[in-house]
Design a protein around this ligand. Sequence first.
Ligand SMILES: [Zn+2]
Ligand SMILES: [Zn+2]
Length: 146
Amino acid sequence: MSGAERRSGQCLCGAVRVSAEVTGPGIQACHCHDCQRWTGGGPFLVVGVRDVVVTGAERVADYRHSSWGERGSCATCGSPVYWRLQGGEIEGLAIGLFEDQTGWHVTSEIFVDHRPGWLPPWPGAMQATEAEQIAKFDAALQGETQ
Ligand SMILES: [Zn+2]
Ligand SMILES: [Zn+2]
């Protein structure tokens, strides 16, 4: 993948379709327990996007699992669609939605202290613990209120 490009995709049942400008080739893997339960094993694999168009957005069920996070899933088939800060823009979409899976690779892993023992790290990916990642969320939330 050379620079930004638009890609499209859909949930398992097709009720929710997405089109977005992908901001780069990096996939982020989240190993937190919430993502493990949400995805059926995890990690939650997400790609950075902007200018997101969601068709069938009324079919997305938002679930607020913490004081800052919000998870969007298809209300019909259950496919994970996005994770975002509450009230924020969609800046990441589940990689499994996209038709074209070429050109991506895992560049960062977060909540790595919750990585299951059966899953090895991706070679070369940045590693962040829960404490390190929550410090980043806090900094982002404080930035929005200033
Ligand atoms: Zn669906
Ligand atoms: Zn997670």
